[in-house]
Structures are given as C-alpha cells and as structure tokens.
Design a protein around this ligand. Structure first.
Ligand code: RFL
Ligand code: PHB
Length: 385
C-alpha cells in the first residue's frame, strides 16, 4: 500500500489535514485507533476562534457550523460579587468566537472525507511510524503503508512523538495542582455568554453547546474521581461558585455526561523529525482555560498543508524544513495566554494570601483598564494567522 501522507489519528488535526490535502490533490490515509462512534461522541472543546471558523468555512466543511454554531461577542469574568463583560465588539472590532462542539467539527470532517471517497480507517491496531529519516512507512495490524511523509496527529498520548529517539526533542512542561470536572447538562444556558468565575471555592466555567444544552467545568482536586461527584454535589458547587452576582440564578437539569481532565502545559520542540511532522496535541498541550487547544491544532494543520503543497508540487522542502519554527511562534503565545488565564482564575494554595491578592489586583485591572482588557480579548479571539 502506498500514499503520499500517512496520517496517525482522526481527531480534528488528522481529519482536517486529510481534507485540505485532498483539496490540493495530495493523497493520504488516516489511521485511527478508536471506533468512529467513540471519536464522534468525545465531548471536548467548544470555542472556535474566528480564524478556525474561516478555515473550516473556506474548506467547505462549515455549513452546519454556520447554521448551528453560536457566535459570541464577549465573555464575562466573575469574581467577588461582580461580573464584568469583556466586550469583543468594542475591544477587537470585527473579531469574535463561535461556540460549536469539537465533536461536531469531527463529525463534519469525517462526513466530508467519506463523501469524497477518503481513506479513513477506524479501530486500527498497533499503528507505528518507521524510518522518518530515510524512507518513511507505517505499520498497523500486520500491514504496511509506504508514504513520503508521516503526520503525527495522534494527540498527547499517541505513538508519534514517543517514536522520536531520545535526545532529539526538548520537552517543556508545567503541571497544575488541580483538574477540571467537565459536565454536559440538558438545560438551557443561564447566560447568553460564557462566564469564567473565580471563586474562593475554586474556578467555575459556564459554557454551552446549544439553546438546550449547557456545558460546565469545575476546578477539582487533581486526583478527583467522577464517582465523588453525584449530580446534587455538582449543582450545589456550581451554584456556590456562579450565583455570586445579585439576580443571577443557575438553572439545573439532567446531567448527561461528565469527565475529569488533568490540567497541563506542554511543548515538544522541534515539532518534526526527518519526514515525521507532529501537529496538534501530539506536539503541545494547553490547559483549557484559554480555549486554545483545538484552535492551535487547526493553525498547525494550515502551516503543514502549505508546506506539503509546496513539497509535492515542486519538490522543495523549504517550508517543511521551517514547519516547526513557523508553528511554535503561535504555540508559545497560546501557551503563555493559557497559563496566564489559568493562574488568574484558579484557587491555588489556600495559605498563599499574597498570590490571592495578586490575582484580585489583576482582575480589578483587567476589568477597569481598556488596555488590559484588550490584551485579554485579542488573545482570546485569536491573534491573526
Ligand atoms: P485529539 O483530538 O486528541 O486526536 C488524536 C486522535 O488520535 C487518536 N490516537 C491514535 N490513533 C492511532 N494510533 C494511536 N496510537 C493513537 N493514539 C491516539 C486518538 O484516538 C484521537 O482520535 O488531538 P488533535 O486532533 O490534535 O486535537 C486537539 C484537540 O482535541 C484539543 O486540543 C482540544 O480538545 C483542547 N480543548 C479545547 N480546545 C479549544 O480550542 N477550545 C476549547 O474550548 C477547549 N476545551 C479542550 C477543552 C480539551 C478538553 N479535554 C477533555 C482535554 C476542554 C476539555 C475538557
Ligand atoms: C467548552 O465549551 O467546552 C469550553 C469553553 C471555554 C473554555 C474551555 C472549554 O475555555
């Protein structure tokens, strides 16, 4: 078997790459370890930057996104007894975000690939990349796939990054002393826009998926088990952390999904080794507070597509050679923003009153200075490509 680009992983990065390559006449095969139903039902990100929406629309996979996605012109920062709106329309005119579930993006991309006759294989066992320095190829389930280039789009726990010999990559990492409990509930959102709440009991986020479905996150201890969190406890905690502003009541409903996510910052550089290129979570992770992970995966894929297009159309590896450098600039900006939002909004060591006062001081600043609010807004909606 032979293809031009062997892609490991059918998350947003792998699927979008396969789709964009197909549009440029470049062949690919996507090898995914999990089943299609699993991949399409994994609840994850919800916030798409303007540039991500534009990319999906230009690629012809934005029809349902434009119909069902919820455009937002601001977010609320809530702390103490105050809620303060960061108004995108005023601070970063013409730029906004769209709330549309990651699994919907994945469904749209899978449908588009299959409709175009694309080769996307699910439940593929033992995928392994080989020989990226010489003649790259992939093996899986007793088969062999020869290719010119391997794209490692297999997420943080995948095999691509792990296959790179020790000493090649520099790894940068931060762990946080908490996790997020994510909850999907059948109830209309209690707010039109997202609420990021800093509370002495811990951070809480009110997001949404549709006019009928709300999405919430709670800061929980790093070793939390979702069994420790019966529905009543989740609602009680969300109410304590969100009902802090006069007149705000949180509507409750049936909880239909829950999971605990560890919080981590991570970068592997360079994002390439020979003809193996890492994209998305395979190369970098951000804590979800800045809503950047999926958007970074899309940004990597845009850069990789251009580089592969030049490579296959002219034989020039110039853009491929500069792939990592081109991506890492954006990656590090998002790393800083996500780390900063995480530090601003979560509860750390309860004895650290100094740290607490710094957080509150910065919240006062960001909610009273237009310059500070603009910094937050322009990073949140996404800096230009
Ligand atoms: P994915 O989505 O992890 O996809 C990787 C795919 O590779 C498969 N795989 C393998 N396949 C074959 N062989 C192997 N050995 C394999 N190992 C793994 C996996 O099954 C999977 O299908 O990575 P990708 O494509 O790079 O996409 C990255 C995004 O998923 C991630 O960055 C975001 O979900 C992060 N994120 C958010 N990002 C945003 O931009 N905005 C948000 O609002 C946002 N919220 C979030 C988030 C992530 C969260 N969790 C659960 C981690 C909220 C949460 C709670
Ligand atoms: C989500 O809706 O899942 C979501 C929104 C904002 C974030 C993270 C996740 O910062």
């Amino acid at each position: 078997m032979r293809t031009q680009v062997g892609i490991i992983g059918a998350g947003p990065a792998g699927l979008l790459l396969s789709h964009l390559l197909h549009q440029r006449g470049i062949s690919s095969v996507v090898l995914e370890k999990r089943g299609r139903a699993h991949v399409e039902s994994r609840v994850r990100a919800g916030v798409l930057e303007q540039g991500t929406v534009d990319t999906l629309v230009a690629a012809g996979v934005g029809e349902r996104l434009l119909r069902e996605g919820l455009p937002h012109q601001g977010i609320e920062l809530r702390y103490g007894e105050r809620g303060h709106r960061i108004a995108f329309e005023k601070l970063v005119p013409g730029r906004s975000i769209t709330v549309y579930g990651q699994q919907e993006v994945v469904k749209d991309l899978i449908a588009a690939r299959l409709e175009a006759g694309g080769d996307v294989r699910f439940e593929v066992e033992d995928v392994a990349p080989h020989s990226p320095e010489a003649g790259p190829y992939l093996t899986f389930g007793g088969e062999r796939l020869d290719c010119d280039v391997i794209a490692g789009c297999d997420g943080f726990h995948g095999v691509s990054r792990a296959s790179i010999p020790e000493g090649v990559l520099r790894l940068h990492e931060r762990e946080y002393p908490f996790a997020w409990l994510g909850v999907l509930a059948r109830v209309a959102p209690s707010s039109k826009e997202l609420i990021y709440a800093r509370n002495e009991r811990g951070f809480a986020l009110h997001s949404m998926r549709s006019p009928e479905i709300s999405r919430f996150y709670l800061q929980v201890p790093p070793d939390a088990d979702d069994g420790d969190w019966p529905d009543e406890r989740i609602w009680a905690e969300l109410k304590q952390r969100l009902e802090t502003v006069p007149g705000f009541t949180l509507a409750t409903g049936e909880i239909i999904e829950r999971s605990v996510t560890p919080m981590r910052s991570f970068v592997a550089e360079p994002m390439q080794y020979g003809r193996l290129f890492l994209a998305g979570d395979a190369a970098h992770i951000v804590p979800p507070t800045g809503a950047k992970g999926l958007n970074l995966a899309v940004a990597d894929v845009r850069v990789l597509t251009e580089a592969l297009d030049l490579f296959f159309s002219t034989g020039s590896a110039d853009l491929l050679d500069g792939y990592s450098r081109a991506c890492l600039k954006r990656v590090w900006r998002a790393q800083h923003f996500s780390w900063w939002m995480t530090n601003l909004l979560h509860t750390f060591d309860s004895d650290d009153d100094y740290g607490r006062r710094l957080q509150l001081s910065y919240l006062d600043y960001v909610t009273s200075s237009e310059a500070a609010a603009t910094t937050l807004a322009e990073n949140y909606v996404g800096l230009p490509w």
